[in-house]
Design a protein around this ligand. Structure first.
Ligand code: SAH
Length: 240
């Protein structure tokens, strides 16, 4: 694992705040004007560690969450920063039925799929799901005591039954809104990629997702920052 330039692609400023703080990253303004992505630069031991958030929507004044901004963010970050590893830290929904708990942190493995691109045409059905393979995170997960699993991406925070059926069909255990998009762009450039996701809410319990998400965002973001730093430290210490 000889990575020198790591870029963290993130959706929400609230999720990124403690990572930026703990890694002492420096805010360098917009990554590539006029795009809204915000660029933070830093170093960890021998590694360059940069972070790019998708910034705020000037029209609606909220973070640019979701798969579209994640693609623009990743493509711009690759063009500007030339990473040799891309990581997507973020929060996500977990599944009680898969043994998930709030505060768990997962590394993506073996793949990342889309659950809401339903295209019932030959060939396009599988294209819609994507099934992007990611970097083999098992060694990192085993060493650090993290869970691994299939991450599932869609455009919505809530879900309909068809989303759940799709997630079940490929054994998804983590539901969020960016990872598959980042995986797609990373795959086009053949840059290794994985996601690290901290569970804010459980999809298959009775509490509405938005209520649980807001209640647990702070503690899950803290767990996320603690674990991404352990992962980066592992990468810095395994440079052969
Ligand atoms: N309204 C919230 C925004 C939450 S959107 C706010 O006011 O801050 C959800 C973000 O968290 C997305 O970036 C997504 O990747 C992640 N997420 C967390 N739980 C999720 C779930 N159950 N389903 C989909 N995305 C989830």
């Amino acid at each position: 694992m000889k990575f020198k330039r790591i870029v963290l692609i993130m959706a929400m400023e609230d999720e990124a705040r403690s990572i930026i703080h703990e890694l002492n990253l420096i805010h360098k303004g917009k990554l590539l004007s006029p795009l809204p992505m915000a660029f933070y630069e830093g170093k960890y031991k021998s590694l360059n560690v940069d972070l790019v958030t998708s910034g705020k929507c000037y029209k609606h004044n909220v973070d640019h969450i979701g798969p579209q901004a994640a693609i623009l963010n990743t493509a711009s970050a690759i063009g500007q920063l030339h990473p040799d590893l891309i990581i997507n830290p973020g929060t996500a929904g977990g599944f009680m039925s898969a043994g998930g708990n709030i505060g768990d942190v997962y590394l993506s493995y073996p793949m990342i799929c889309y659950h809401d691109r339903r295209i019932p045409l030959p060939g396009f059905d599988a294209y819609g799901v994507g099934s992007y393979y990611c970097f083999d995170t098992r060694e990192i997960a085993n060493s650090l005591g993290l869970k691994t699993g299939v991450v599932s991406t869609g455009s919505s925070l809530d879900y309909i039954q068809k989303d759940l059926d799709m997630i079940k069909s490929y054994g998804g255990v983590v539901k969020e809104m960016e990872a598959a998009s980042i995986a797609w762009v990373a795959d086009l450039y053949k840059i290794p990629f994985f996601a690290i996701k901290s569970i804010t809410d459980l999809v298959d319990n009775s509490t509405p997702t938005e209520e649980e998400f807001l209640k647990n965002l702070e503690s899950a973001s803290f767990a996320l920052s603690r674990e991404i730093i352990r992962v980066i430290d592992f990468l810095a210490n395994h440079q052969e």
